[in-house]
Write a protein of this length. Structure first.
Length: 428
C-alpha cells in the first residue's frame, strides 16, 4: 500500500537561497523536504523576495512572517555590541534569543488554529540552528497532539583554551558564560520535542540525559549537486594548490595557514588560494607579501563562483578552530578536494582518515606545526591526495546531498508519527 505523504509545517526563520551559512542551510533543507512531504514553509519577511525569485508561491508554498518590529532593532543592537565586522558571534546569538520568541508568537497566531485542527501531521523547526533559542510552539504542539521535531541544532562548542588571543580578537568574551542558556525559560518545554536532531556530537551531548532517547545525530550541512558540479583536477602541471574558503576573521585561521605553508610557498612547491574577505584582509596581504604570486587573494566571491576557483586546487586547507558545522568542508569535498582541517568541532567530525586529514590543535604553535607537516607530506604524495579527494567526493554523494538529507529526516518523521520501532539512525 502506498504510504500517504506527510503534511509538514516547516518553521525556518532563517532561510534564503541567495545567502550563505545558516540561511542557506534553512532554505536548502526546507526545499529538499518538499520532495518527500507536503511542506508549507514559514519564514521571516526578509526572505520573501528571494523565495519568490526561486519560484515559490506565497500563501501556497510558503508564508512570510513580518517580525521586523522586534527583529530589526535587536539585530542592530547585536551588531553594535559586537563592533560589527562579523565579530562576536556568541553575543549576536544571545541578542537574537531575545527577539526570536516574537517570531514564534506570530507563527502561532497565524497557524495555531490549523495545528490544533490537525491540518499538519508534524511541525518541524529547522532554524534557528542555535540551541540557545527556545521554542514556545513545542509545548503548544504537544497539547494539540501534533508531533514537534526540533533541529538540527548545532553550536555552543567551547572556545579552545589555547587560543585566547583569537578569542579576544573575535570579541567572544560572552562564550565564557554561554552555558547560562540552559537556565532560559522554556528550555525544558523545548526539549520535550518528539525528536531532537543534533548536528554535532558536542551539541547532542549537551542535551540532558532524560531526553537522550529522542536525540538523533544528523549533521546539518548538505550539498546541492547543481551548485557544486565542478571537479578538482589532480596530477596537472605546476605546483600543488591548496585553498582556504571563509571569512577572514581570527578564528578561521587564515593567518595560521599562511605561517604553516610558508616554507612550501617560498620554495614554489605550493600555491595558496584564499577565497573570502573580512577584517584581517590587510594584515593577511602584508603577511603574504614575501611570497609573491604564491598566495592569491580572491576576495569575496558569489557562492556560485567559489567552486570555479576551488576546483583548480587539490587540497582544502582549513585550520578553523571553532567551526560548528563545517559546511565549507563538505563543499570542497564535493569537488574532489582532500581536506586538511583542525581536529576540532564540526570539521573534525566530518573528515575521516578515508577522505582527508585532521590536524591536532593542542595550541596555536602545535596547530601551525601540524598543518606545516601535513601540507609538506601532501605535496610529496600527490597520488594519495588524489585518492582521498576521490573518496571525499564519493562520501558526499553517498550521505550529504540535500536529497539524501531529506530522506534521512523523513525516517525521523515516520518514527515520531507512528510512535513505533526503535529510534532511527539516519546518518551512517
Amino acid at each position: 500500500m502506498t504510504q500517504r505523504r506527510l503534511r509538514v509545517l516547516v518553521m525556518a526563520e532563517a532561510a534564503n537561497p541567495e545567502w550563505v551559512s545558516v540561511p542557506l542551510v534553512g532554505w536548502s533543507l526546507a526545499q529538499a523536504l518538499r520532495d518527500v512531504a507536503d511542506v508549507h514553509i514559514v519564514t521571516q519577511i526578509r526572505n520573501r523576495d528571494a523565495f519568490l525569485r526561486a519560484g515559490l508561491r506565497e500563501g501556497e508554498d510558503f508564508t512570510a512572517i513580518d517580525s521586523e518590529a522586534v527583529a530589526r532593532p535587536f539585530w542592530r543592537l547585536g551588531v553594535w555590541l559586537s563592533g560589527g565586522k562579523g565579530l562576536g558571534w556568541t553575543l549576536q546569538q544571545a541578542v537574537a534569543a531575545i527577539s526570536y520568541p516574537y517570531f514564534e508568537h506570530l507563527v502561532w497566531r497565524r497557524f495555531g488554529a490549523d495545528i490544533r485542527a490537525g491540518r499538519f501531521d508534524i511541525v518541524h523547526r529547522v532554524t534557528p540552528l542555535s540551541p540557545v533559542q527556545q521554542s514556545s510552539i513545542a509545548a503548544r504542539c504537544r497539547r494539540a497532539g501534533v508531533p514537534f521535531v526540533l533541529g538540527p541544532l548545532n553550536g555552543g562548542v567551547p572556545w579552545p583554551t589555547a587560543f585566547a588571543a583569537e578569542m579576544r580578537r573575535e570579541r567572544e568574551w560572552l562564550s565564557k558564560v554561554r552555558g547560562a542558556y540552559r537556565l532560559l525559560p522554556g528550555r525544558r518545554a523545548t526539549l520535550g520535542a518528539d525528536a531532537i536532531l543534533c548536528g554535532s556530537r558536542h551539541t547532542a551531548g549537551e542535551v540532558p540525559e532524560q531526553h537522550q532517547g529522542r536525540v538523533i545525530y544528523l549533521p546539518e550541512n548538505g550539498i546541492d549537486p547543481a551548485r557544486f558540479n565542478a571537479r578538482a583536477v589532480h596530477g596537472g602541471p605546476g605546483p600543488m594548490r591548496a585553498c582556504f574558503i571563509g571569512r577572514l576573521v581570527p578564528y578561521k585561521g587564515a593567518h595560521m595557514l599562511i605561517e604553516a605553508a610558508a616554507p612550501l610557498l617560498r620554495q614554489g612547491r605550493l600555491v595558496l588560494d584564499i577565497i573570502g574577505d573580512g577584517e584581517m584582509m590587510a594584515d593577511l596581504r602584508a603577511q603574504a607579501a614575501p611570497y609573491g604570486d604564491a598566495v592569491v587573494f580572491h576576495g569575496w566571491q558569489p557562492h556560485g563562483q567559489v567552486q570555479d576557483i576551488a576546483a583548480r586546487c587539490q587540497i582544502l586547507a582549513f585550520p578553523s578552530i571553532r567551526e560548528f558545522g563545517g559546511g565549507v568542508v563538505l563543499e570542497a569535498m564535493a569537488l574532489g578536494l582532500a581536506p586538511v582541517v583542525a581536529d576540532y568541532a564540526g570539521p573534525g567530525e566530518l573528515v575521516t582518515d578515508a577522505v582527508g586529514w585532521k590536524v591536532p590543535a593542542p595550541s596555536r604553535a602545535g596547530l601551525i606545526a601540524g598543518m606545516a607537516e601535513r601540507l609538506a607530506w601532501c605535496v610529496d604524495h600527490p597520488e594519495e591526495v588524489a585518492r582521498r579527494g576521490a573518496a571525499a567526493r564519493a562520501r558526499v554523494a553517498e550521505a550529504f546531498t540535500w536529497a539524501r538529507k531529506a530522506e534521512q529526516v523523513l525516517e525521523v518523521y515516520h518514527w515520531v508519527v507512528t510512535g513505533s520501532g526503535g529510534k532511527p539512525t539516519p546518518f551512517r
